[in-house]
Design a binder for this molecule. Sequence first.
Ligand code: ADP
Ligand code: MG
Length: 471
Amino acid sequence: AWGRVKRRLRAELGEDVFASWFARLELDCVVGGTARLTVPTRFLKSWIESHYLDRVLNTFKAEVEEVGRIEVGVRGTTAPVRPVAPGAPKPGPTSGPLARLHAAGMPAPMPTTPAPDMRAEIAGELNGAPLDARLTFANFLLGRSNSLAHAAADRVARHDGEGALYNPLYFHAGVGLGKTHLLHGIGHAAREAGRRVIYLTADRFMYGFVNALKTQNALAFKERLRGIDLLILDDVQFIQGKSIQAEFGHTINALIDAGRQVVVASDRPPTELEALDERVRSRLAGGLVVEIGMLDEQLRASILSARLAAVRVAHPSFEVSPAVATYVARAITANGRDLEGAVNRLLAHATLTGTAVTMETAETAIRDLVKNREPKRIKIEDIQKLVASRYNVSRSDILSERRTAAVVKPRQIAMYLSKVLTLRSLPEIGRRFGGRDHTTVLHAVRKIEKLIGEDTVLGDEVELLKRMLQD
Ligand code: ADP
Ligand code: MG
């Protein structure tokens, strides 16, 4: 039914509007007449809530009668607290909705109405998104993975009109590796140098354009964007909708041709922006493309300790021992956002329980942020050896033609484990089991699957073998 709701919305609202606001709308659950929907950003949430809530509800009702209410949430928010860095200006009333939401130092519940400054922007003219006062070059820590990106950012922020070499400047990296931080850093530095800067996320770019079309003001929107020195666009992988993409292409072309600087960030290289026109992609690839790599342990440790120091400004009694800090920096390998999340957890833990953070509490607090170790590559040979020793037969028995029950069962279990634990095909597994046919392997896999379902002792046994092979 959700698929139909989306198709209906697309048909009713048109491709551009749909792509701008609804392409990333997902159904979470329907509970007691309330359909809970999610979007990836707060901005989208407020926009949908303030403009399309009734529309979505009616469309939903038309498909699923018992739905009487719609709720929109933001996906995957571990609701980062951005503590004030030492020396950074305290967030004032104008410092954006996030800062206020988290003023208490704890993840806050989602507001049901857009925050006031966001409302002003939705109602009024496009002004670009505000820059976060904490995301400066000074607060950006350097490591092997980001020093090239930082050098390029610094150059573009300070040197005007250096020609086509760095234009556009394109950063790509996975989530939480510092793209947005660098973009804001560029914005701050360029503004300090007196340049006219607009920072936009893909959402706001799309909003600006759709809004301009609606108010027949598209020309003014374009003029406005083209009258600046530096355009910074974040998360361009989200730009969707045919005419918006075309406009995006025109905008960057016009700016670059006029010698203005464009800086872009995305979660993937320009060649992989499938949604964009080939010419736009190659224009994006035509300047300097820099990848920001994973944070190494040293960089994680310094980001963590800076974050801890920042939190201690507001919470002087919050202590984290060096051992715990080292543990956290080693355990959380994924990205800066998770490190930030970890500090919030530790702080919440310490404040709620009134106790110091021990190794044990730290482990519990961050458990869900710790990335599972890379799954091990399991070899068929290891499976055969383990299963053989477990059933007191030899590996050559397993590979042999012998058909006694004492050998057949371990052989079938080994084939089954090879199928579920490796990426080998059935014919390949057959070859590795003494040149058997793939139908023999298939038969073994089916047989064991069936037996596991019927016989819990065997089920446990096979589960144990799996674990032994996996660690
Ligand atoms: P992205 O935009 O790539 O998803 P962000 O720029 O939002 O990532 O970074 C996530 C968090 O990690 C932010 O709080 C940011 O300040 C922090 N962070 C990432 N890299 C660094 C760094 N090199 N120095 C300091 N903080 C960093
Ligand atoms: Mg970002």
